[in-house]
Design a protein around this ligand. Structure first.
Ligand SMILES: Nc1nc2c(c(=O)[nH]1)N[C@@H](CN(C=O)c1ccc(C(=O)N[C@@H](CCC(=O)O)C(=O)O)cc1)CN2
Length: 283
């Protein structure tokens, strides 16, 4: 299947669907899906449109420039991508391997349509798992003193491998503003709480201390502000006085894995639109 995918946001007005549909139909494309949403608060039009490239008259490499003529008329922000393109992915992990291992299996089984080009960790622990799946592993230790130097090496590797998506699978190091800027809305983190509750370190311990009745996990794009980035996916599980802290962590890990996998899948399939610090997921 060779489809083109358009993600678009702009000030809402009449006729936008017609303009987008006409651009596709007038050039011989057949629309296979057209999902839209209007944010009434900000009067923003948001859409994801997918169409078949069979019989489409405009060559792939010229579609973006051709659509610019429509976009400029309506102040559209847009992205064009292709359903048969396999994005290159890097996974960062620290000591907790459950999300990392789960993701590697989902990529290996073909459930996630991406290619894991490398694994980076500030600990050696995940090396065996990376090598089991035949993926290059780079141990880049981090301390307060060497953080910038270590990130320089990380960024070199990401460029060398042509990485387009970075997944922080319980990676416990805060990324610098420089790093985040280079991969804006292309770094997904799994935070082990139902944000905005319990941002930062040790959320399970803090939730346990508060006697909460639900715990959760949040997958979000990474921004400079810790755990404040646009939320992509969340889920929760009930807990009670009968649960120990170890039960919280055990139950939480299952939620983390599923939430992160959903977010990575939707990103790889170009189903996430970011605007005003939020997301719309055209699932
Ligand atoms: N710029 C950002 N970097 C990271 C984010 C983010 O949202 N913006 N999310 C974190 C993940 N995280 C919670 O999910 C988290 C990771 C690390 C820390 C932290 O305090 N780290 C210390 C070092 C801790 C250690 O050495 O064990 C630090 O980096 O100084 C808090 C929350 C990933 N990065």
């Amino acid at each position: 299947m060779q489809n083109a995918i358009l993600l678009v946001s702009c000030p809402d007005r009449k006729g936008l669907v017609k303009e987008i549909s006409s651009f596709i139909a007038d050039n011989g494309g057949n629309i296979v899906s057209f999902d839209q949403h209007i944010d009434e608060q900000t009067k923003t039009f948001l859409a994801r449109v997918e169409w078949s490239l069979e019989d489409f008259k405009i060559p792939r490499e010229k579609i973006e420039n051709e659509f610019k003529k429509v976009a400029q008329k309506f102040s559209m922000n847009f992205q064009i991508s292709f359903s048969d393109y396999v994005k290159k992915v890097a996974i960062f992990v620290s000591k907790q391997e459950h999300c990392f291992y789960d993701l590697m299996h989902r990529f290996y089984s073909g459930e996630l349509k991406g290619e894991v080009k490398l694994v980076i960790s500030n600990h050696e622990k995940a090396r065996k798992t990376a090598e089991f799946f035949g993926v290059p592993f780079y141990h880049i230790p981090k301390t307060k003193e060497n953080k910038l130097e270590a990130e320089k090496r990380e960024l070199e590797l990401l460029k060398e491998y042509g990485v387009e998506l970075v997944v922080l699978a319980r990676y416990m190091q805060i990324l610098s503003p420089k790093f985040v800027k280079e991969y804006e809305n292309k770094i997904i983190n799994i935070h082990h709480s139902f944000l905005p509750a319990f941002p930062g370190a040790k959320p399970y311990e803090r939730a346990f201390g508060k006697g909460v009745k639900i715990i959760g996990a949040t997958a979000h794009y990474v921004t400079e502000e810790l755990d404040e980035g646009p939320i992509i996916e969340q889920d929760v599980v009930r807990v009670s006085h009968k649960d120990s802290l170890e039960d919280f962590i055990r139950k939480g890990k299952d939620i983390e894995k599923v939430v992160l996998a959903r977010a990575v899948k939707w990103h790889l399939e170009d189903k996430i639109l970011v605007y005003n610090g939020k997301t719309v997921v055209f699932e």
